[in-house]
Design a protein around this ligand. Structure first.
Ligand SMILES: O=C(O)CCC(=O)C(=O)O
Ligand SMILES: [Fe+2]
Length: 262
């Protein structure tokens, strides 16, 4: 998966532009670039390719690069394997809270899976830019692989901790809807990507999300007198829209669902 992605990003600009997505449309499929300065001076320094992979009705490999020759079949195989892994992990989360094994899976409903390859070119002034600003992922669970360059950082107890690259590791990033469904028992993780002055970096994030028409709310079994309900119900599509409207900035989107904010 990583080498197929690398081959695309290191290929010609013409080839990339052929697959360009609409940068203004949220969650559009294809190639995009965010080499942008924002008003506050922070630069986003990232190229990406989004693939819509599940449900299968959204999966259209003809919209994905055809070079290298195994690109499309690799994405399909990777998508299928990541679905199985995400399901297993969500069963473990459900069981750890004494919920029925498929509780979270059922709460999500029909799964929308997207695979995003991010490519961060070397950045001459890495201290002035971030590859990707601090955010939590908006869906249920994200599975991420990175290369040996490193740059993914996770916020832990108020400090940024580097996720050391381990070649065969898959990093599990719990996302906002799992925090809502578990009523805050599991927290979505705040993370960001740094850039490197000398080397390009590549990562592949597989997002596992509810459909936009799904209403998400805390499991009633987890609400009790000493663990009161933390989040109000949200239509996932509304959540996604507000995320794109406001931008990520740490956990501000999930914080807006706190009961006290009602
Ligand atoms: O490139 C990375 O390591 C992080 C990517 C990421 O967090 C995302 O795409 O949501
Ligand atoms: Fe992320």
């Amino acid at each position: 998966m990583r080498s197929a992605g690398l081959r695309f990003f290191e290929g010609s600009t013409e080839e990339k532009v052929r697959y360009a997505c609409d940068p203004k449309a949220p969650a559009s499929e294809g190639y995009g670039s965010r080499m942008l300065a924002k008003e506050d001076g922070v630069l986003d320094w990232r190229d990406y390719f989004d693939h819509h992979t599940l449900p299968e009705s959204r999966r259209n490999p003809s919209r994905w690069p055809e070079v290298p020759a195994n690109y499309r079949s690799t994405v399909v195989e990777y998508s299928n394997q990541m679905k199985i892994l995400a399901q297993r992990l969500l069963v473990m989360v459900s069981e750890s809270l004494n919920l029925p094994p498929s509780y979270i899976e059922n709460a999500i409903g029909e799964v929308y899976q997207n695979i995003t390859i991010s490519y961060y070119p070397p950045c001459p002034q890495p201290d002035l830019a971030l590859g990707l600003q601090a955010h939590s992922d908006m869906g249920a669970i994200t599975l991420l692989i990175q290369d040996d360059v490193g740059g993914l950082e996770v916020l832990k107890d108020g400090k940024w901790v580097i996720a050391q690259p381990i070649s065969d590791a898959i990093i599990v990033i719990l996302a906002d809807q799992t925090e809502v469904i578990t009523n805050g028992e599991y927290k979505s993780s705040v993370h960001r990507a740094l850039v490197n002055a000398h080397r390009a970096r590549l990562s592949v994030a597989t997002f596992y999300d509810p459909s936009k028409t799904r209403k998400i709310s805390p499991a009633p079994q987890l609400i009790a007198e000493n663990t009161p309900r933390k989040y109000r119900e949200v239509l996932y599509g509304d959540y996604v829209s507000s995320w794109y409207r406001q931008g990520p900035e740490g956990k501000r989107n999930i914080d807006a669902l706190l009961m006290a904010q009602q």
